[in-house]
Design a binder for this molecule. Sequence first.
Ligand SMILES: [Zn+2]
Length: 219
Amino acid sequence: MKNVSMITRKAVVISSVLTLNPLTQPDDAVGIALVYQKAFGGDPWNEGYICPVCQTVFADESGLWGYCPHCQEDKGLLIKILRYWPVNKILTDFYQEMVRPGAICLTMKDGCSVIAFAWGYEVKVNFSLDKYLEAPNLHKLIKGTFMYLDECAVLPAWQKNGCGRSLLSAFIDKSREAGKNILLRTLRGQAMHKLALRQGGGIIQNISRDRVIIMITTQ
Ligand SMILES: [Zn+2]
């Protein structure tokens, strides 16, 4: 009898980067919000849940507790912890940013589910951008209009599969077509910091102990 060994391989089939029109693809906008929630609920941000009383922030998996352990231990109160990033809050921010000049939203999908995204828009460097980016005096370091890569996230299960790299490359191509260089703000040493440096980016400003502003020249 022939012994046929079945080799099952987890197929890694990732779509190419797609440009999303948030106004005609509302289901994908919700998909983006769910990726956002999962990505920022895990390491290194751990913005999964928050206690509305003591303001303690918990990583995504802590949501299993349901109630704030601190309020329960200290005050005997059963306080339900809430989503740090509720879907409606993410969608509100997303749509407000998608109507800015030059707005771009890129996604990657597994089948029809969004697994990664990047979005950005044009910004003019001035005093109000310094405040927006919490980057004092950035306007003294650089001048002009840039594409700002505002958010980029990959579903934790899909991280380390090249999604971030593909999204950043596509964002660079779009920015080049628009004749703009790119600005982004990220955590030092994290995935996006490394990707941006690999794509020729350079640190423009260290804005805090762990945050940096990076510029990628596209021209
Ligand atoms: Zn609490």
